[in-house]
Ligand binder design. Structure first.
Ligand SMILES: [Zn+2]
Length: 368
């Protein structure tokens, strides 16, 4: 747990003082460029007059994942957002060196999000990670880190966190996303190491790289505001998904043959066991193989590039718990979940989704 000894005050940043009730921009020097210039992360800090929790919201830890950057910008520009208590630290771009290259990785090809908590005498990534950890994580009570799918993939919005930690569970619930994936995250990931250091942190996965997508920005903003409302940092009641689903397991379904995919599902779809996901065809349209779902699932993510080789990932399925029936779930979503449906439709508009041929539908029905 974070002790008082290594907690840093939210009101003092390298000589700049931010008093209760003030909002200020500060810069955090994290590295130096090849030309010797100091690389500084721009940060927006808002403090309420009344004391309360400090929430850290970060984006573009993978430098090409900028949906969260768009979401944070919207919140910073929102002049109606009046903080009643506590503080918010907004970091629109955490990995400045990677962001400047439109890249997931640092110039030394390392993944900053596998380098936490870092060391002061290690690699470029490790040193940056250490500075970020010492200057940001140590000032925060809770963290929300915004991500997207990796290159050539898209994600239906889902929150990820270690639900065995009651504070993380509370934070994930407060965010109010329909899908919550339970897990610690990989070693060296910011959220895992922040949790270990006593700063409960969740991530949002949503959308694609290199884009600021309306539905994903809305999902991120809604979740962040929900957290702030739950912690009484701002006025208002949270607007959450009515039927949140917690899942422990997910699996990438991979292509069995090389060829050109025709998708039968879109991100966010709820699928039954053995439901066709995609048909692999030759370039002249001849069917080669049909991929089906191995279990009842929600489509968390999928490729946006329909040309695949054997073994390449096609879609990422979150496994529905046995006590949840996919048909019931679909009905619940159709009945009230206009927001979730809309985002799924929006993400699906980027790909061609067709019904599987009748023959395929009958042949895969219960036979695999
Ligand atoms: Zn990421």
């Amino acid at each position: 747990m974070t002790t008082e000894r290594n907690r840093k005050p939210v009101g003092v940043w390298n000589g700049t003082e931010i008093k209760p009730g003030e909002s200020r921009n500060v810069n955090l020097a994290v590295s130096e460029s090849y030309s010797g210039m100091t690389m500084k992360i721009p940060i927006h800090v808002r403090r309420a007059v009344e004391e309360g929790p400090t929430l850290l919201v970060t984006a573009a830890l993978h430098g090409d994942e900028i949906n969260g950057t768009g979401a944070i910008r919207r919140l910073i520009q929102d002049e109606e957002l009046k903080l009643l208590r506590g503080s918010v630290i907004f970091v629109p771009v955490l990995n400045l060196l990677a962001f400047d290259r439109h890249s997931r990785y640092l110039p030394d090809r390392r993944d900053l999000n596998r380098s936490f908590p870092g060391t002061s005498n290690g690699s470029v990534a490790s040193r940056m990670a250490r500075t970020i950890f010492d200057e940001l994580i140590t000032r925060a009570d809770y963290g929300i880190d915004l991500h997207t799918a990796a290159i050539r993939r898209t994600n239906y919005p889902n929150v990820r966190g270690d639900l065995t930690d009651p504070k993380v569970k509370k934070l994930a619930k407060a965010f109010g996303c329909e899908i919550v994936m339970n897990g610690k995250g990989p070693r060296g990931a910011l959220r895992r190491e922040a949790c270990r250091a006593g700063c409960p942190t969740i991530i949002l996965e949503g959308g694609e790289v290199w884009k600021v997508e309306p539905g994903i920005v809305e999902a991120a903003v809604r979740g962040i505001l929900n957290v702030m409302r739950t912690f009484k940092m701002i006025e208002g009641e949270p607007v959450r998904a009515e039927n949140p689903i917690v899942m422990d397991k997910s699996r990438w379904i991979r292509a069995e043959r090389g060829g050109f995919l025709q998708f039968h599902i879109k991100p966010g779809d709820i699928v039954r066991k053995r439901q066709p996901l995609a048909t692999n065809t030759t370039l002249l349209g001849k069917e080669r193989s049909v991929l089906v779902s191995p279990f009842n699932a929600v489509v968390l993510g999928m490729t946006t590039l329909p040309a695949v080789s054997p073994g390449e990932p096609v879609c990422n399925l979150g496994r529905l718990p046995d006590d949840i029936d996919p048909t019931d779930l679909k009905q619940l979503r159709n009945a009230g979940h206009i927001f979730e449906d809309r985002i799924s439709e929006e993400l699906g508009s980027n790909i061609v989704v067709v019904k599987p041929p009748d023959r395929v539908r009958s042949s895969t029905n219960g036979t695999r």
